[in-house]
Ligand binder design. Structure first.
Ligand SMILES: Cc1cc2nc3c(=O)[nH]c(=O)nc-3n(C[C@H](O)[C@H](O)[C@H](O)COP(=O)(O)OP(=O)(O)OC[C@H]3O[C@@H](n4cnc5c(N)ncnc54)[C@H](O)[C@@H]3O)c2cc1C
Length: 333
């Protein structure tokens, strides 16, 4: 038997129970970035059969989760794949520290957020940035990029807001879209239990950032990163908005997006050997039991360690699946 039942991200009780101490208290609010069937129940069943479940505290959750306005499963969240220009603020409106810029360091940002005492953060941006820089995780969310139409891809270069992103602006509960900052702050504060954003402080924060756009020798490392990204033609054309002032009315309207923690990957799992045979706590193979993919921590029980390279998970699924298939076929002759 080969266990390939996936991770635990759809089971928030399990995620909270295995939440690592290094990330503080588990978030009170979590969105599910995986379908409900990713419930981890098979891991418990395998354990009862004698399997060793290791590295449970290694997990990968995203920090840019938004509630799907058109959900397919319970608490369905979508991850924003952001370009580098949005201003990233904690729940009280303070900019996140360097180098926690959009798209830079998922687990580092998660660790920081869990120390703020709040589960959510904010992107503050404008229409020009959202048009060019927001992609939504999941191929069905990016028809302009996945539909094999050059014209649609070039829509990004024109900073048209892609239809799925536009739908979130219109219907998403986490989105505030307004023409002036006062109204934006009122909208942001209406989305949280307490009004944590102070308009004058936020205006100072954005103005300080905007001032650096005109400074070629800026020490604002996010502005430097935006300029660096645009040195690569692909990013310049369809991924990174030209540096501009967020408070420039011509770039508007202003947009604030409340970001939630979104479950995604389990980096630990059933311990296996190189043939994907499941091991007991004593290191002996369990007769006839194999595990592959996320259920096996992408191979071995946690081949990625505590961190990983973004987007490299499917490789471990394929590799451990192939090893399991070959070994199981050999075992049955
Ligand atoms: C939106 C999204 C985007 C992603 N993007 C990337 C990416 O760009 N790059 C990357 O490397 N990874 C990405 N991932 C992660 C990657 O897709 C998963 O890690 C991978 O699919 C896990 O594969 P798996 O076969 O181990 O498990 P799954 O794909 O979760 O499949 C498990 C299967 O087991 C079934 N199952 C569960 N329990 C039982 C049971 N008791 N009995 C019978 N069947 C059961 C489920 O129905 C499911 O079909 C993404 C994930 C999501 C959700």
């Amino acid at each position: 038997m080969i266990v390939t039942s996936g991770g635990i991200g759809g089971n928030h009780d399990l995620v909270r129970a295995q939440w690592p101490a290094r990330l503080g208290t588990p978030p009170a609010k979590l969105l599910s970035g995986v379908p409900a069937h990713v419930d981890g129940l098979m891991l418990g069943i395998a354990e009862k059969a004698g399997a060793h479940h290791v590295n449970r505290d290694r997990m990968w959750h995203y920090t840019e989760g938004i509630e799907n306005w058109n959900p397919i499963w319970a608490r369905h969240g979508i991850r924003i794949l952001p370009g580098p220009s949005s201003l990233w603020l904690d729940a009280t409106g303070k900019r996140l520290p360097v180098p926690l810029f959009p798209g830079f360091d998922t687990l580092g940002t998660l660790e920081h957020i869990m120390r703020t005492g709040h589960d959510h953060t904010w992107f503050v941006l404008d229409k020009r940035i959202i048009g060019k820089e927001f992609a939504l995780s999941g191929s069905e969310q990016n028809p302009d990029l996945t539909g094999k139409s050059v014209r649609d891809v070039l829509g990004r270069a024109r900073a048209d807001v892609p239809a799925p992103v536009r739908a979130f602006m219109d219907h998403g509960v986490d989105f505030v879209v307004e023409n002036d900052l006062s109204a934006l702050v009122r909208g942001m504060n209406a989305l949280t239990d307490e009004p944590l954003i102070d308009e004058a402080a936020l205006r100072r924060e954005i103005t300080a950032r905007d001032r650096e756009i005109a400074n070629p020798f800026t020490k604002d490392l996010q502005v430097t990163a935006i300029r660096g990204a645009r040195k690569y033609l692909g990013d310049k054309l369809i991924r990174t908005a030209a540096p501009h002032r967020i408070l420039d009315p011509k770039a508007g309207p202003l947009i604030a997006v409340r970001l939630n923690i979104l479950t995604r990957k389990s980096l630990g799992g059933l311990e296996t050997d190189l043939d994907s045979r499941v091991l007991t706590e004593g290191g002996e193979p369990l007769d006839g039991l194999y595990a592959a993919g996320e259920a096996a921590g992408f191979g071995g029980g946690g081949v990625h360690g505590y961190r990983s390279l973004e987007g490299t998970f499917l490789g471990g699924c394929l590799f451990s699946g192939r090893a399991a298939g070959r070994a199981a076929a050999r075992a049955v002759g």
